[in-house]
Ligand binder design. Structure first.
Ligand code: MTE
Ligand code: MO
Length: 385
């Protein structure tokens, strides 16, 4: 994995030196450009698409056209925060577990790290990920940390404990009903969701200590859920008996959509939680008569049955899924398009899971009034010369 990242750095340098697509080593199995390959430009890049390096306090998105490794290098992994990015003093850091538990806890980093360390590949996207960013609010990483459910069991949650709230150290002033109130970033999970085996309190990202912008020293990772669940700069876990309705559960990251509710069409509001079944094409590279189409797919962890690609009005064709894919990682896919004719072409992908869910066309996604959650198919256009 580290060598994967190392090779990525090599590729980036190559891009700078040549000012063009760089040639990478041929052993790079899936996505990098092989010898003799060249990138085919998309003709649908929105004017608002201006990726740049991470900057303090700023949102940063991945230039999905340059995806070239299974693990997104930490510096490229997107960044979203809603308040500040607190630089916590690690020697005084404590994680507190409070509320409806028989054994409240206050743990130093050393005490957390002394527990069994678990590693897990998980990719996620922001609930606000969208076409205008070419779906760049995304990344895939190997996380290392300790099991949340083990820690909750250790703290002995009482039977009345129904909701687990995760507070970050970052703080902002909100004006609510004309009153200024200070709040921390916070999200919650039901006790059932919190006790899922795969939830991690992560202190490492791709083999490095968790970087500042990604929540140093500790963040929650809820595999299969949208990024907003993965509370960064985590300092308190609180167990309570009723639902938590803070800004990021009840007011923001809430999708207002039109649904059929027991035979009645209603506009309903729901918190952004599990990721939708999605896939997107991000790159096309040409060698001789073949165009290799590359993309990625994310969902809530339900195994996929297929990822398919359609060219113009042709049939859906199965793509190959990267063998490094695991349940909660992103799934990269490739499709070899042979004998493409010169001119402009439309390429689109769709993911299908084993329960028979098919990624819908954009117009088939339930009508929404908010911009969160955009899983519709994303047709891309390329010019073949
Ligand atoms: N403490 C804290 N955690 C947070 C946020 C935040 O603003 N503060 N933003 C959330 C949102 S909306 C997203 S999409 C992810 C982004 O994680 P990343 O910046 O590591 O990619 O962090 C989540 N965790
Ligand atoms: Mo987000």
């Amino acid at each position: 994995m580290e060598s994967d990242i190392g090779r990525r750095e090599v590729l980036k340098k190559g891009l700078v030196l040549t000012g063009l697509a760089a040639l990478a080593s041929a052993q790079w199995p899936l996505p990098a450009l092989a010898q003799g390959e060249r990138l085919v430009p998309f003709t649908d890049i929105p004017a608002s698409f201006k990726p740049g390096p991470p900057k303090p306090g700023a949102i940063h998105f991945l230039d999905t056209r340059t995806i070239s490794s299974f693990y997104t290098p930490n510096d490229d992994f997107y960044i979203v925060q809603h308040y500040d990015q607190p630089n916590l003093d690690l020697s005084n850091y404590r994680l507190r577990i409070t509320g409806l538990v028989d054994k409240p806890m206050e743990l130093t980093l050393q005490e957390i790290r002394a527990r069994t360390v678990v590693e897990l590949d998980a990719g996620f996207e922001c609930g606000g990920n969208a076409k205008r960013l070419l779906y760049g609010l995304v990344g895939n990483a190997r996380w290392a940390g300790v099991s949340l459910s083990a820690l909750l069991k250790e703290s002995q949650v009482r039977p009345e404990g129904k909701e687990v709230v995760f507070f970050g150290a970052d703080e902002g002033t909100e004006k609510i009903r004309n009153k200024e109130v200070k709040q921390n970033f916070a999200r919650s999970l039901s006790i059932e969701d919190a006790l899922r085996d795969e939830n991690l309190l992560a202190f490492e990202m791709n083999g490095e200590p968790l970087p500042l912008y990604h929540g140093r020293p500790l963040r929650l990772v809820v595999p299969g859920w949208f990024g907003v669940s993965n509370v960064k700069w985590l300092t308190q876990i609180h167990v309570q008996d009723d639902r938590f309705m803070g800004r990021f559960m009840g007011r923001d990251y809430v999708t207002l959509r039109k649904y059929e509710v027991g035979g009645v069409e209603r506009w309903t509001e729901e918190s952004v939680t599990r990721m939708n079944l999605m896939s997107v094409i991000v790159r096309v590279a040409r060698t001789a008569n073949t165009h290799k189409i590359l993309g990625f797919s994310l969902n809530d962890g339900t195994p996929l049955k297929a990822i398919e690609v359609k060219i113009d009005e042709g049939p859906w064709q199965p793509a190959s899924i990267d063998s490094r894919s695991s349940r909660y990682s992103w799934k990269m896919f490739t499709y070899d398009w042979r004998d493409a004719k010169p001119g402009e072409h439309t390429l689109v992908s769709r993911a299908i899971d084993i329960d028979g869910n098919i990624q819908p066309e954009a117009h088939q996604v339930a009508e929404k009034a908010t911009y969160w959650e955009n899983p519709g198919q994303f047709p891309r256009t390329v010019m073949i010369s």
